[in-house]
Design a protein around this ligand. Sequence first.
Ligand code: 5GP
Length: 133
Amino acid sequence: MATIFTRIVNGEIPSYKIAETEDYYAFLDINPLAKGHTLVIPKKEIDYIFNVDDDLLAGMLPFAKKVGRAIEAVVPCKRIGVTVIGLEVPHTHIHLIPINSIYDMDFKQPKLQLPAEEFEKLAADIREAYAKQ
Ligand code: 5GP
C-alpha cells in the first residue's frame, strides 16, 4: 500500500505544497513544531533515507536548501534546523524547522494547532519566496 506521502504527491490527499521538482516534493508538516515546519521528500517511495540511491540522495539536499531559504525569508528565526527521524511515516523525509534555540527541535514539545487559513498563507508566502530565488 502506498504511503501517505505518496498519496500526497499523487494528489489523493491534500497538502500545503511548497515546491516540487521531477524527483522531490516539499509541503508543510500538518502537526508542526513551528510555523513553516516543512517536509522534503523524494517522490520515489523509499522508507529509510540510507536506502535512497546516491544520486537521488545527493539531489535532495540542494532542493531542501532552496526550500529552507524560502522558509527563512518568511518565518523569522535564527536558522532552519534540519533533521531526519522517519519513525512515523515509512517514506524518506527531511524535516526543515525554523528554530531559535535547540529546544525548538524537541519533537516531544506540543505541536502547533494552526487554522487552515494560516497554513494556506504560510504556504503561499513560502512558495512565493521559493519562486523568487
Ligand atoms: P517522522 O516519521 O519523521 O517521525 O514524522 C512524520 C511527520 O510527518 C510528523 O511530523 C507528522 O506531523 C507528519 N505527517 C504525518 N502525516 C501527515 C500528513 O498526512 N500530512 C502532512 N502534511 N504531514 C504529516
